[in-house]
Write a protein that binds this ligand. Structure first.
Ligand code: MIC
Ligand code: SF4
Length: 638
């Protein structure tokens, strides 16, 4: 039978299950990536598994998020990760080297392989034709230990690309167009596969930027075929041996199809504070900007930086505006230095930063009170920039360049002829550290901020949980477990970071949860969208959250909840959401027996009234929930 590209990769990696959409499957994982903010916990979890060495083709530990060194915490974590990598056989990418997704694409990604990363934008590497998925740190630690990754078999959403992009329209406009059509939950349960004659017109960096923000659609992964463009990209990176041509079979069928004529797209912008609030740049000229930032995993490539440099050439940015350049990789920074594009950016008045996530995760670069900021980043969730009530707009490098010159959001098509981007100079200045052949004698160095992993108790037979918070639709993991320069350094210290759970929505949450544990949170649709951070499950669990009730859950967060023993219950009747309130008590009688006996419909009692709930999980998930979390489950097995 004719197969899609996704089906081919699933089939070649399938170790368990029936690859029918919705059914659980388990896939072997060829490569893993971790970054510092999620990687320290993943490292501790891997250590708890007691292996001597990672069991993958390649595993890489990147330091890219926690770069601000205002005290010992972040540098201690960097040292921990460096020595952990050497001890257990991972590659290590030190701070300043660049963002994990950019670096992985340049140095390790290969067509046809699987990649699991403890970061939601791992699908970036789908630009090279690989099935790259985000997951919680514990799932990645298990993959590092050679365990297959379990997931619900996704549906395949085909995006048929025709035509070619007009001048000043870029990759971001393709994905923003999909976000406009499908919203932040449009990709749930799906992998997005791009096909059609338009594919050949896009560079690998453009393909990767499109796959990157598939995460904002809630998709499990996104990918492009592997073709001549892929071969040339890999050759330029000195990695021709990684090339393998890979296409969907002619006549294969997709579960759904979206049509995009690239030539019909216009420059687009996502407005505050959700990536799906998309409008044409041309309609937003009244938005005055105080800040423009070019960077991030999905907007800081050699092509992005060059596009901005050439558009600004010989001009200076608007008075009063701050233009920041955050290179996605050391390679991109080196290349724009060599081509002279960097000099143009400096002359235009830009602030040049080190390669890394920086302001994208609120690690500095916060905008001023009330100031509008336009960024080439993938996310603009409320407050993520570090400034409460921020006004963050998302767009591609083309709109960023035009807007930096104008001082307000501007349509780049007014800039005249679009200069061509020169081929990147052959330059590989990465400071990637390979794993040593012999790890004997390497000591893993820990700092005082690396707290022991908390003990989690198994599920009791009966549960009575007080609802202490009710939230709406599309709640992000940034709401649940905020990031930023103050909180991110606590990622290795669960007791300390748990004080900030839901801090912006309910500053008293941590105290209330601990005082009234066990407790529950009620949410709407797509609860837990966004980041893969498992702290958004582990920290609430540490405080005593045992149950979450929602209309629906985002994939990675739901898996993280199960991994840390929080029961993700879906309302059988979404209308019941209306009458659930903070202060009510949810009674779950004989819940342990119900879960271990495989019951998927569970009746809770709330204020004397029946509340029908659905627990749609696999038998493995049930064992994990009963054990009180995945580490307990693995320990029980051992
Ligand atoms: C993000 O973009 O939200 C992050 C920060 O990269 C997260 C990971 C994290 O919270 O450490 C993600 O995308 O998974
Ligand atoms: Fe880093 Fe931002 Fe990309 Fe997350 S989305 S990996 S914070 S650059």
């Amino acid at each position: 039978m004719a197969q899609t590209l996704v089906q081919k990769i699933i089939q070649s990696h399938l170790v368990e299950g029936d690859p029918t959409p919705g059914r659980e499957i388990a896939l072997t994982i060829d490569q893993t990536l971790t970054q510092d903010a999620t990687g320290t916990l993943a490292a501790l979890e891997f250590e708890a598994l007691g292996l001597e060495r990672v069991r993958t083709e390649v595993s890489v530990s990147y330091v890219d998020h926690n770069l601000v060194q205002s005290d010992f915490k972040n540098p201690d974590d960097h040292r921990f990760l460096r020595t952990f990598a050497a001890r257990y056989g991972l590659w290590y990418s030190p701070p300043g080297n660049g963002i994990c997704h950019q670096l992985h694409l340049l140095n390790f990604a290969r067509p046809g392989a699987t990649l699991l990363g403890s970061d939601s934008h791992t699908p970036h590497c789908g630009g090279l034709g690989m099935l790259a998925m985000g997951a919680g740190g514990l799932d990645v630690a298990a993959a590092m230990a050679g365990q297959p990754f379990s997931l619900a078999c996704p549906r395949v959403l085909g995006v048929h690309l025709t035509g070619h992009l007009s001048d000043w329209v870029g990759a971001k406009d393709v994905i923003l167009e999909l976000l406009r059509r499908l919203t932040v939950k449009g990709g749930l349960g799906r992998v997005i596969e791009y096909f059609g004659p338009g594919v050949a017109t896009l560079s690998v960096h453009q393909r990767a930027a499109i796959c990157n923000m598939g995460a904002e659609l809630g998709a499990t992964a996104s990918l492009f075929p592997s073709d001549q463009t892929t071969a040339e990209f890999l050759k330029a990176q000195g990695r021709s041996e990684a090339y393998q041509p890979l296409q969907a079979d002619p006549g294969c069928t997709y579960h759904e199809v979206q049509e995009i004529d690239l030539g019909s797209l216009q420059p687009l912008v996502a407005c505050p504070s959700s990536p799906d609030k998309v409008r044409p740049a041309a309609e937003l000229a009244d938005v005055a900007l105080e800040q423009v930032i070019v960077g991030s995993c999905g907007g800081g490539s050699y092509e992005d930086l060059t596009r901005v440099a050439l558009a600004l050439d010989g001009q200076t940015m608007a008075p009063g505006l701050s233009l920041s350049i955050n290179p996605g990789s050391r390679q991109a920074l080196g290349q724009v230095t060599e081509t002279g594009a960097l000099a143009k950016l400096i002359a235009a008045g830009a602030r040049i930063h080190q390669s890394g996530c920086l302001g994208c995760i609120g690690m500095s670069q916060a905008p001023a009170t009330g100031a509008a900021s336009l960024r080439t980043f993938p996310r603009n969730f409320p407050g993520r920039s570090g400034t409460p009530d921020d006004q963050v707009y998302l767009a591609g490098a083309e709109v960023a360049a035009a807007s930096a010159l104008a001082g307000h959001i501007a349509d780049p098509r007014t800039l005249g002829a679009m200069p061509a981007i020169p081929a990147p100079p052959a330059l590989r200045p990465e400071a990637l550290v390979p794993p040593p052949d012999d790890p004997a004698g390497i000591e893993v160095l820990r700092g005082p901020n690396i707290a022991p992993f908390p003990e989690l108790d198994p599920l009791p037979e009966d549960l009575r949980v007080k609802i202490i918070l009710k939230v709406g639709d599309n709640i992000t993991t940034d709401h649940i477990m905020p990031a930023g320069s103050k909180i991110l350094p606590l990622r290795s210290n669960v007791p300390a970071i748990s004080r900030y759970v839901f801090a912006a929505l309910d500053p008293g949450f941590a105290d209330q949860a601990q005082a009234q544990a066990p407790v529950a949170v009620v949410g709407g649709e797509n609860y837990g969208q966004g980041s893969s951070r498992e702290h958004a499950a582990l920290a609430p669990r540490y405080l005593g959250v045992r149950v979450k009730v929602a209309k629906s859950f985002a994939r990675i967060h739901r898996a993280n909840l199960i991994n840390f023993g929080i029961i993700p219950l879906v309302l059988a009747d979404p209308d019941d959401y209306q009458w659930l309130q903070a202060g009510q008590e949810i009674q779950l009688k004989r819940v342990l027996t119900a879960i271990s006996n495989g019951k998927s419909s569970i009746i809770a009692i709330v204020n004397g009234r029946d509340l029908p709930l659905v627990l749609d999980v696999t038998s493995r998930d049930r064992d994990i929930l009963c054990a009180g979390g995945r580490l307990n489950h693995i320990k029980r097995k051992i």
